[in-house]
Design a protein. Structure first.
Length: 439
């Protein structure tokens, strides 16, 4: 199936001069409003206690508590099953979200310089609260600026990055972060926080990811970001397209990138860049990074699928521990694949429709990792890394996504259908030549 790439412009990280748009409240965030009417307690206590008490779910929970139920509201919702309240999951997602502010210095001449900043969102990828340590995933273009002086530790990457947890942006809640690494080609950057006291005493949580390959059309989604530097903000919509390739300009404006994205009609504003796109359960399905800015086209927002974005993030973290490249090191099979057939399938068990593709090898490079094993015409059925879970390949892009998970020394087992027969091949990635650095 041929997919036409749509050209869109990257969502620029919001700056102070931008006007308010869309989904921000003129009264500040709900926690701040509750503080103005003398509500006491921490953000976490407020989140667990303010849930639209007029809803059936909340009334049932209060009645259950009177009868001796001791679990939390979220636990209660999971137990009753047939009653849902998206705010419970989204509140958890908010506690996994951060504001990201990156400061730069622009040198106009030998005698003149000016300071400026950009801002976006981010998600807490991993967290060690006791130690005050965390890894944060955001967009590369949030912390990169080609117009900066270029004298930073990593050229054009901000040396002064600050994060704010939910509620902390209204106080002196800035948390310093450092750049670990990232991939401009994939618009993913990883930040690190170490030994921070605010983080130690917070209710922050590491994000919980969903399988972005299982996202379906019409699914409710929520974009959490930092529009207009007014604090963490939530906007809702649905999934419009589960996966498509779009063309965006790279952060350094040097080339056009072809990027895999989930399309949503949730309002995406300047400042949403790097923030999470979450499903109704508050699980991460994407990292927001782009929107259309074309006259006559409305509500086309885009997010990098979580399966891809988080695989790149983990790759960057692992790679940073063994070299100073600060990029992502993707394994290279040395093959070209394409979808030879595509069909819509309805799953009666889940009552969901999805697309399934037949992924076929169209070229094998001489001397590559797969040379002498895979052949043109092989249909790739699954990929397994070492003794891990076997990943069924039902969409063309899944092959490339899986390769971000491969490290040097790993054994990758590929199961294919060849001339009607199923066979498996093991490939050991024991050579540096089998990897490509994506900066």
């Amino acid at each position: 199936m041929k997919k036409k790439a749509l050209f869109v412009s990257i969502v620029l990280a919001g700056v102070l001069s931008l006007s308010l748009a869309g989904c921000a409240s003129p009264f500040g965030n709900p926690y701040d409003v509750s503080m103005q009417i003398d509500t006491e307690g921490t953000v976490g206590e407020w989140l667990s206690g303010t849930r639209g008490t007029s809803t059936d779910a909340r009334r049932m929970y209060e009645e259950a508590k009177e009868d001796g139920y001791s679990g939390t509201y979220v636990e209660f919702l999971k137990e009753i099953g047939n009653v849902t309240d998206d705010s419970a999951g989204i509140s958890r997602a908010m506690m996994s979200s951060v504001d990201v502010v990156a400061q730069f210095e622009r040198t106009a001449s030998v005698f003149e310089s000016s300071a400026y900043q950009s801002a976006g969102g981010g998600v807490i990828y991993s967290l060690s609260r006791d130690a005050g340590n965390a890894y944060i995933v955001t967009n590369y273009h949030v912390v990169y600026n080609q117009s900066s002086s270029g004298k930073e530790k990593v050229a054009h990457i901000s040396d002064d990055i600050f994060l704010y947890l939910y509620g902390g942006e209204r106080t002196d809640g800035e948390i310093p972060a450092t750049f670990v690494g990232g991939s401009m080609e994939n618009d993913i950057a990883v930040l690190k926080v170490e030994n921070n006291q605010l983080l130690k005493h917070s209710d922050a949580m590491a994000v919980t990811a969903a399988d972005s390959d299982a996202v379906t059309l019409g699914e409710r989604v929520y974009a959490i970001g930092f529009p207009e530097l007014k604090g963490i903000s939530v906007c809702s919509g649905i999934v419009s397209v589960t996966s498509e390739y779009i063309n965006v300009t790279s952060a350094d404006e040097s080339k056009t990138l072809k990027m895999l994205e989930i399309r949503t009609d949730a309002p995406i504003n300047h400042g949403n860049s790097g923030g999470g796109l979450f499903n109704a359960d508050g699980r991460l399905i994407g990292i927001v990074n782009a929107r259309t800015e074309t006259e006559g086209v409305e509500n086309f927002g885009y997010a990098i699928p979580s399966n891809l974005g988080l695989a790149i993030a983990q790759n960057v973290i692992d790679n940073s521990k063994v070299n100073d490249s600060k990029g992502a090191m993707r394994a290279m099979l040395g093959i070209t694949v394409q979808a030879a057939a595509s069909e819509g399938v309805y799953d009666e068990t889940t009552s969901k429709a999805f697309v399934r593709e037949a992924v076929v090898v169209t070229q094998v490079t001489f001397g590559s990792a797969s040379y002498g094993k895979l052949r043109v015409g092989d249909r790739i059925d699954s990929i397994r890394i070492n003794d891990g879970e076997e990943k069924a390949i039902t969409l063309n892009y899944m092959v490339g996504n899986e390769l971000f998970k491969v490290r040097k020394g790993d054994t990758v087992t590929i199961t294919v259908t060849r001339s009607g027969k199923t066979m498996s091949f093991s490939i050991v990635f024991d050579s540096d030549d089998y990897f490509k650095l994506l900066s």
